[in-house]
Ligand binder design. Sequence first.
Ligand SMILES: NC(=O)c1ccc[n+]([C@@H]2O[C@H](COP(=O)([O-])OP(=O)(O)OC[C@H]3O[C@@H](n4cnc5c(N)ncnc54)[C@H](O)[C@@H]3O)[C@@H](O)[C@H]2O)c1
Length: 391
Amino acid sequence: MSTQGSSGELRVGMVGYAFMGAAHSQAWRTVNRVFDLPVRATMVAVCGRDGAKVADAASRLGWAEAVTDWRELIARDDIDVIDVCTPGDSHAEIAIAALEAGKHVLCEKPLANTVEEARAMVAAAAKARALGVRSACGFNYRRVPAVSLMRNLIADGRLGAIRHVRAVYLQDWITDPNFPLVWRLQKDKAGSGALGDIGAHIIDLTQFVTGQQITGVTGITETFIKERPLPEASSGLSASAGATTGEVTVDDAAVFVARLSGGGLATYEATRFATGRKNGLKVEINGELGSLVFDLERLNELEYYDATKPAAEQGFSRILVTEGEHPYLSAWWPPGHIIGYEHSFTHEMRDFIEAVATGQDPTPSFEDALQVQLVLDAVEKSDASWVSVLA
Ligand SMILES: NC(=O)c1ccc[n+]([C@@H]2O[C@H](COP(=O)([O-])OP(=O)(O)OC[C@H]3O[C@@H](n4cnc5c(N)ncnc54)[C@H](O)[C@@H]3O)[C@@H](O)[C@H]2O)c1
């Protein structure tokens, strides 16, 4: 079993090298240059199925070697961490095999394609944890400093009892009916559509900032475009359409309401059909003592309404989250010098490395990610309770 390399290194092997592979590589390359950590991450090898493409990716993204079968990474003695950046259909197989081989695992979200797979991953993680082997799921938005600050303010009691959570994650990349049937639109590859891809993020984010769990849901999902051209070639979110078509087997959009463990009510919307919204993640929390609002398009800011102030001074204020005392920011730039999307991944690796090096469990754990999976599953099942309005 490996916990870390002999010379204070944490030697990483990554599976998948496209969108998340690039984001994670950027973070592994950067993390030790920015943060003072007990061990140094080394980028040992990246895995992809096409030899020429993965070799190109390795040199572009900064990996020392390229391999074409993830089992090779797991079999190696010079790798301590397996970073899973593949679509959901391979998460369970890769993560469980890696944990059983004594490798720490960082797995992209959503944890799995089904609750059953997620439960098997949790069981493997629990067994591995007993041997000092760690695991975490990559819900990176937790690591945006303004989101961490939101959690800290709520944990400090600044909002009092939480009454409402209002969360949306809006995209528009498949509004064109001729956009091809990429893996994200196939249930066997992706598990679900907008619900699991982007809905999972706002489920995790809102449970994280409130410190509460979703205890019940009812919702609806819709697939607006039921047939699409099969892709000729695809990479990440872009693809070209072929001549034949296939059935879309996931939701295009999901809308649901939820009850929180603290007694509040929550609403969620996840869609790939919000024309004009590219990656619009927005969360508003209303408590008895105030409100907080986070908008990913303005990720260096947090809006705060303090209802305990004198009425004449009340109003939403904008906190510019760039101070050294804000989460993660002392390692970056002077106040006012803003950061971006990719920093959330660098912070994810920072927290993962520190936890592994100090023998702690990184977060979110596979158990936390299973809770998200249970919510996704409940939303899909809740369609049965839909009641038609009859004139
Ligand atoms: N944290 C986030 O914000 C975020 C954003 C996008 C995607 N994701 C998640 O990251 C994961 C990957 O998504 P993506 O956008 O990077 O997808 P992508 O299509 O851009 O890349 C997937 C990669 O996996 C490789 N791959 C697929 N099956 C493989 C296998 N069996 N063995 C080796 N390589 C394999 C592909 O060749 C490709 O390199 C998904 O779970 C997705 O939900 C997370």
